[in-house]
Design a protein around this ligand. Structure first.
Ligand code: ATP
Length: 242
């Protein structure tokens, strides 16, 4: 019997992207290729300004590439219209932005319930409440973002991204504003979702401990990735030659 290699859930092929105009133009991503298997956790690491957040925006279809292809779950997100990409994200991808993007005039509970309501879930508020409890914010349901600390806002954003049970979670510094103990709790929650639900995790992080917990670290340097997916057959084999 021949072993079937599953298609990567995320695949970038020779992606180039320049942001800004004229003198402020920056060639941010340079011929980037990256395959991520379903259910894998990947830590995107690298110096400030190397292109990590831009890479996440590209993966989420929020930034169009100049060249190359971005395929998510077999769909070419680079050729979708904005509406198609938004619907696709809603059904498949949870996103935690560096600046959270919470809706200021909605409570924590309402912020988390919004994507569920948009998906037509009748149990939106019950699920939202459960997710807020899971990130340790059961006592902050009716607080508005301006009444929450930075770390609490970050956890609302994580609860909102996880609530619709996406296939993929893309998160920019998900523990960046948290103390060590709370950061570990959030990381535990994310890796539990990976283990139990097969969630694919793509995390940008400056935290070496969080990166080390991922199945794989992808280093970004000046807009380039040197690493390419290790074939399955080699992934769990470590050979030490004397
Ligand atoms: N709209 C834009 N116009 C011009 N340059 C941009 C634009 N957006 C980002 N850049 C540049 O692209 C580079 C990569 O930015 P990006 O935010 O992806 O870096 P990063 O690796 O996530 O950094 P950090 O770790 O500091 O968050 C930076 O040098 C930034 O100045």
């Amino acid at each position: 019997m021949t072993e079937q290699k599953s298609l990567p859930i995320i695949s970038l092929e020779n992606v180039d992207l320049t942001l800004g105009q004229a003198v402020s133009a920056v060639h941010v991503l340079k011929n980037v290729s990256l395959d991520i298997e379903a259910g894998q956790s990947v830590g995107i690491v690298g110096p400030s300004g190397s292109g990590k957040s831009t890479l996440l925006m590209v993966l989420a279809g929020l930034e169009k590439v100049d060249r190359g292809e971005v395929r998510i779950a077999g769909h070419n997100i680079s050729t979708m219209t904005e509406d198609q990409a938004a619907a696709f994200r809603g059904a498949n991808i949870g996103i935690v932005f560096q600046s959270f993007h919470l809706i200021p005039n909605m409570t924590a509970l309402e912020n988390v319930a919004v994507p569920l309501e948009l998906a037509g879930r009748k149990d939106a508020f019950a699920v939202a409440e459960r997710e807020l409890h899971a990130v340790g914010l059961g006592e902050r349901l009716t607080h508005y973002p301006s009444e929450l600390s930075g770390g609490e806002q970050q956890r609302v954003a994580i609860a909102r991204a996880l609530a619709p049970s996406p296939k993929i979670l893309i998160a920019d510094e998900p523990t960046g504003n948290l103390d060590t103990a709370t950061g570990k709790q959030i990381a535990d929650l994310l890796f539990a979702k990976q283990r139990e639900n097969g969630l694919t995790l793509v995390l940008v992080t400056h935290d070496p401990a969080l990166a080390a917990r991922c199945d794989r670290e992808v280093p970004v340097r000046s807009g380039r990735i040197e690493e390419r997916a290790v074939p399955d057959s080699l992934q769990h084999t470590v050979t030490i030659s004397a």
